[in-house]
Design a protein around this ligand. Structure first.
Ligand SMILES: C[S@@+](CC[C@H](N)C(=O)[O-])C[C@H]1O[C@@H](n2cnc3c(N)ncnc32)[C@H](O)[C@@H]1O
Length: 289
């Protein structure tokens, strides 16, 4: 059952924030941004992260705690610069274009689509994608799920209407039900995307299953991640759980949950770290063949 908001006045719904600003679909004004950030911080102060993760049925709490620690201490506010170093401006533009084109291509989004970024981190890609999509689809609402508060705080400071909420990619539905105690997150989405999160999941197949459960019948999702590589040092340096993925194993995981799966290498770009270079793929999944 839906609980009423626990905070004084409550965390406003996404549409309330939009309504506070007279041009929905545009970046929000500083007052609304501060209100949203303040409410999010209050929510985080009250949140018992471990107990949330327990409620969400996390299979390996120790690994999850390691991931949160890595992104809190090594990334957080620094994430945007880190991504820029990994891909360079050209690589970033390419990823943003690939995700944006996917969102805008058929099947066409409805007039007021709900779009979710899973493992959004500091919102580096979320913001860039949202700005481009909003030009063509001004009533789109964006939401950002992540398990690391420090990453989402960094996103919430950005001047754009993206609703952040704490959760795990392996149980998005449960995460939403939990987050709805303070913010009006929809239970299903027209489109989902995720960039560079999958290789941090201890149960990547559950991520596909979890996305399927929150995707509308005519919805679509894109997962961008690293192709298999042999650079073990990425585990310590970047907190990676998997050394990328073989395209066949991504296909195998995805097709267990979706009737339509397409996977392609994104040509011409690589994630560069420690003098190593890992290639990137985009997996598109749909609920209808
Ligand atoms: C490499 S960062 C990518 C962030 C952002 N998508 C980007 O491309 O810049 C990975 C993010 O995924 C989050 N993350 C890792 N495992 C997760 C999980 N199981 N559920 C939700 N978020 C997760 C981390 O907290 C971190 O913010």
């Amino acid at each position: 059952m839906r609980r009423s908001p626990p905070l004084g006045g409550g965390f406003k719904s996404h549409s309330q924030y939009c309504a506070m600003y007279n041009n929905p679909g545009s970046t929000i004004g500083s007052f609304e941004q501060i209100a949203m950030l303040t409410d999010f911080k209050k929510h985080l102060d009250q949140l018992q992260l471990e107990s949330v993760f327990r409620d969400l049925g996390v299979s390996d709490p120790t690994a999850l705690a390691r991931t949160v620690k890595h992104f809190t201490t090594k990334e957080g506010e620094k994430r945007d610069k880190i991504v820029l170093d990994y891909f360079g401006k050209g690589g970033i533009e390419r990823i943003v274009d690939v995700v944006t084109e996917f969102l805008l291509e058929p099947p066409k989004l409805p007039e007021n689509p709900k779009i979710l970024d899973v493992g959004a981190g500091s919102g580096f890609f979320t913001v860039k994608v949202a700005k481009k999509v909003l030009l063509k689809c001004p009533k789109a609402d964006f939401y950002a799920l992540d398990l690391t508060p420090a990453m989402l705080l960094s996103l919430a400071k950005k001047k754009i209407q993206i609703a952040p909420f704490i959760g795990i990619a392996e149980n998005i539905k449960g995460s939403i039900e939990h987050a709805r105690s303070y913010c009006d997150i929809p239970l299903s989405f027209d489109a989902v995307f995720s960039t560079l999160m999958l290789h941090h999941s201890t149960e990547p197949e559950r991520v596909f299953e979890s996305i399927q459960k929150v995707l509308k019948a005519n919805g679509k999702a894109m997962i961008v991640d690293m192709m298999e590589h042999s650079f073990k040092e990425f585990k310590a340096q970047m907190g990676d759980v998997h050394l990328g993925f073989k395209l066949e194993s991504v296909y195998e995981m995805a097709q267990k949950h979706f009737p339509a799966v397409q996977i392609e290498k994104i040509s011409g770009i690589c994630c560069e770290c420690l003098g190593r270079s890992a290639e990137i793929f985009a997996a598109v999944v749909r609920n209808r063949a």
